[in-house]
Write a protein that binds this ligand. Sequence first.
Ligand code: NAD
Length: 353
Amino acid sequence: MPNPKVFIFAPADTESLKELEDAGCSLVLGSANWSDPTGDTTEKLAEMASGADALAGTSIKGAYISKDVLQASEGLRIIAKYTVGVDEVDVDAATALGILVTHAPTEANWGGVAETMVTKMLTLLKNTRQRDRHMKTGGAWRDLSLTGTHVGTREEDGYEGIVIGLIGLGRIGGRVSKLMAPWGMRIVAYDPYVAEERFRELGVERLGLDDLLKQSDVVSLHVVLTKETHHMIGARGFGLMKPNAIFINTSRGPAVDEPALVKALQDGVIGGAALDVFETEPLPMDSPLRDLGDNVLLSPHMSSHNFGAGLTPGIKWGTADILHALRGEEPEHIYNPEALPQWRERFAGRSLI
Ligand code: NAD
């Protein structure tokens, strides 16, 4: 039997490595890891991918799995992502080359993002940080500047609650709408790729993007990063939002024009922001976002990393997908099924392990 090569560009555990080695794979490990996702340069990635039958890993931030990386090995069968999102992979090139891309949208990953969005929203709306600091620094009892915002409907006096606007109504946007449904406020969404039925089932009102931005008190971004969603919210979008509105991004940093967001916050065009993702990750130490005070809540791209969840299920999916592909079998979690006809011709039934 040949000894298939698996290049793991961003390793995340040791168990899956052992499983692959026990199956007879030889492993090459990249330098990116969970704490430092920067990773190797694209040139270095191509060098390390040379002769590989499979690539795998979590997300990397500094480099791109470009066509050059994909072409570094004639026998490359699969790129298996351990997480949701394949934006650092040139999927079009992979499809053209007949290489399968798989990903791992496990609930452990995306469910935690929805929970984090709600946490961030409430932290800002209820002035949680300010109230806590006020107490600990001996501030006067019940300072009215700490008044929060009531979120949900209060039927007894006709208060309708705030409006939550979700951009993207996929797994995470949909879960946020379900988590918030019992609060009874108006939930609106913009997602041109989702059928009317899903809006109906979730009790979410469909709006165009501009109307959503104008009408929402909280705007939360839940889109995949594509050419179309790159910088989809910038100065014009922030300009449409209410002056006290809160903007939340737990999706992908480049979906937002970050300098425009900083300016909107500095100029009081919007009321606040909560961000888990950034245009450059790790966020540079001198980023102005770090100096914007209590109305800006930051976290280091780890919304989905929680006890009881984390990466383990996604790594299991990815490892199973690699082993299937190396056996010449179709993996389960294919992102680019368009690549299958070419893939079947080249690899179906041809096992390397
Ligand atoms: P999903 O594919 O289920 O949903 C994404 C939605 O975006 C889809 O419904 C799609 O129709 C919609 N969309 C695509 N283009 C659009 C456009 N131009 N305008 C409006 N909507 C558009 O993905 P998901 O699992 O819900 O993930 C959402 C985002 O969260 C992704 O970017 C993913 O990478 C990110 N994510 C972040 C973390 C984190 O730790 N912060 C973890 C997991 C996922």
